[in-house]
Design a protein around this ligand. Structure first.
Ligand SMILES: Nc1ncnc2c1ncn2[C@@H]1O[C@H](COP(=O)(O)OP(=O)(O)O)[C@@H](O)[C@H]1O
Ligand SMILES: [Mg+2]
Length: 262
């Protein structure tokens, strides 16, 4: 079954994307759209294919068929290192920080493609390298400050409590000032109070930024999303407003027996 929503102004679209991994059909002709300036949810039971959707959007996995549209432009394949240039940033499920780098250095990595100089210029000791590095360092500190974790800047991820690590990962995605932010289970493993703060934070970004939110925590999804897509076993089974999705029998059936859905 196909779902056609009256999507106005989608900044990101996935059209008929199919992915097979190790002989298994992981995504089966998935079409979803993310209207500009919204928080759009992507939910579904464990193993539904949500992270795979993010991996296709960010170019870690090449789809067998179908295509993406970013800002109305068809893309056959987005290279992961070109993602920031296209105004897209993502967080990883879990935290995915580099363990031997400080929180600040981890955040700087998220903005490093902004630094024109890059590795070659650094190797050649170009005079403006330091200036740009300093600018990136200042931007990264500013984002850590906005997320109230400036005091974690010089600590290694392993020295920080898990919810702070999650914020560092968020800061790394935010430092490139993305138009589109892909968040993979940002509420995973954090407390109810932290989730409530996260909800306020996510809503504070729109409509300047657009958010595609993969999340297992239903209360957060229902509270912050304007529109929700539901994936089950690699197929879109429902789409609509939080109220429509909540009442949809197919969605309830997909979640039956799921422990994680709260
Ligand atoms: N590299 C891979 N090779 C084979 N199967 C994979 C691979 N990556 C993910 N899968 C499978 O694809 C399905 C969807 O995974 P994933 O996108 O991580 O789901 P979700 O994020 O919705 O929990 C799962 O059944 C998972 O085991
Ligand atoms: Mg996942």
């Amino acid at each position: 079954m196909k779902y056609f929503l009256p999507l106005t102004d989608p900044i990101l679209e996935m059209v008929d994307i199919s992915v097979k991994l190790s002989g298994l059909q992981i995504l089966d002709s998935v079409s979803i759209g993310v209207p500009q300036g919204t928080v759009t949810g992507l939910i579904g039971p464990n193993g539904a294919g949500k992270t795979t959707v993010f991996n296709v959007i960010s170019g870690f996995i090449t789809a067998d068929s179908g295509y993406l549209k970013v800002d109305g432009k068809k893309q056959k394949h987005v290279q992961p290192h070109h993602l920031t240039k296209k105004g897209i940033a993502r967080t990883l499920q879990g935290v995915g920080l580099f363990p031997t780098m400080s929180a600040l250095e981890n955040v700087m990595i998220g903005g490093s493609s902004q630094v024109r100089s890059g590795i070659i210029a650094q190797a050649l000791a170009m005079p403006w390298t330091d200036v740009e590095q300093n600018r990136l360092r200042a931007q990264s500190m500013a984002v850590l400050g906005e997320l109230n974790i400036a005091d974690a800047a010089n600590r290694l991820p392993g020295e920080l409590p898990y919810p702070i690590q999650k914020r560092v990962a968020l800061a790394r995605a935010l430092v490139s000032d993305p138009q589109v932010l892909l968040l993979d289970e940002p509420a995973g493993g954090i407390s109810a109070a932290d989730i409530s703060e996260l909800a306020d934070l996510i809503r504070s970004w729109v409509p300047k930024r657009t958010v595609l939110l993969v999340e297992h925590h239903m209360e957060l999804v229902m509270e912050v999303c304007d529109l929700i897509w539901v994936l089950d076993a690699g197929k879109v089974i429902a789409a609509g407003t939080p109220d429509e999705v909540r009442r949809n029998p197919a969605v309830l059936a997909a979640y039956l027996g799921e422990d994680g859905a709260t």
